[in-house]
Design a protein around this ligand. Structure first.
Ligand code: BJW
Ligand code: ZN
Length: 250
């Protein structure tokens, strides 16, 4: 891979780095993406499953999708891209990750400063009173589990038409506004407001780098883009940055 010395120097000199990740960063761990080739579950688009309308219309179908994905997520492990970001956080002055993923793999890889924009699939929440329930037996409730208050229990994730957690979104925008270098990794960059974060970073003078298998609506706007697997590109990029830091600070 040809990494320009400008990219390497920018990362090595950055005081603050912020990262947006999407489903593509977990693809090499074996978790299907939403919109890629492997991304359509039973040929149903995410927009038809990830909404309160879909859940109210057919809770059993939506629960089936989440149970299918929970099983995959419990069985997989973080990959080289997750581990590289965790290592970068330890060695660079400040690095945060705003993730659209609900799989918890950044935390399992050792990243500490992680903002989960779309929630976490391993938690359940009552749609009425907000009570969090981690130990839900779906079988017992015939795929329509209800809370003590009578409300429907749902996965603690953010669906289309729902607000993202305000504190986490605010923090993510703050990180984007203050970043010297911003990475967008493994996201199709079509779902808002997350897709606005790299644009916000651009508007505030950050050097923006995209790593994705294919071009996205963001590609033409960034300073540098790498088309390939995050698990190949990030470790190579980080190795080059470590060499540069070593050269500057022997
Ligand atoms: C690799 C790789 C490898 C593969 N290496 N790369 C402004 C403009 C237009 C629309 C809106 C707007 N503001 C709000 C909206 C509406 C809506 C929206 O954005 N719609 C668009 C589709 C048009 N947004 C919302 O509704 C959001 N809420 C909101 O804005 O609240 C305010 C409001 C309320 C009411 C009315 C109006 C406003 C909420 C969005 C919630 C999204 N939820 C989901 C499900 C989460 C739970 C779950 O996981 O089940 O989030 S949908 C799904 O998409 C999931 C993802 O996080 C999200 C993004 O997908 P992501 O991560 O980018 O994955 P993919 O599959 O799309 O892309 C993977 C990429 O990786 C591909 O490009 C591959 O090539 C690449 N790749 N392998 C590197 N190895
Ligand atoms: Zn309740």
């Amino acid at each position: 891979m040809n990494i320009s010395s400008d990219v390497i120097k920018r990362i090595a000199a950055a005081r603050r780095i912020a990262v947006l990740t999407g489903a593509g960063i977990s693809a090499e761990s074996g978790i299907p993406t939403f919109r890629g080739e492997d991304g359509i579950w039973k040929k149903i688009r995410p927009e038809e499953l990830a909404s309160m309308d879909a859940f109210l219309k057919n809770p059993a179908l939506v629960w089936e999708w989440y149970e299918y994905r929970r099983k995959i997520i419990r069985d997989v492990t973080p990959n080289a891209a997750h581990y590289t970001l965790a290592e970068m956080e330890k060695h660079l002055p400040h690095l945060s990750i705003s993730t659209q993923n609900i799989d918890g793999l950044h935390q399992r890889a050792g990243s500490a400063r992680v903002y989960e924009l779309h929630g976490n699939i391993l938690r359940n929440r009552c749609n009425n009173c907000g009570r969090i329930d981690q130990n839900l037996d779906l079988g017992k409730d015939k795929k329509r589990p209800t809370c003590e208050c009578g409300g429907l229990i749902r996965p603690d994730v953010v669906w289309f038409g729902e607000m993202l957690p305000a504190d986490i979104l605010d923090k993510s925008f703050e990180e984007a506004q203050n970043a010297d270098v911003y990475f967008s990794i493994g996201t199709s960059a079509v779902v808002y407001p997350a897709a606005q974060l790299p644009v916000e970073a651009l508007h505030n003078g950050a050097y923006v780098i995209e790593i994705n298998l294919e071009p996205t609506p963001l590609t033409s706007r960034v300073h540098a883009h790498y088309h390939g697997k995050a698990g190949d590109i990030l470790p190579e990029l980080w190795q080059a940055v470590k060499n540069e830091i070593g050269r500057l600070d022997p």
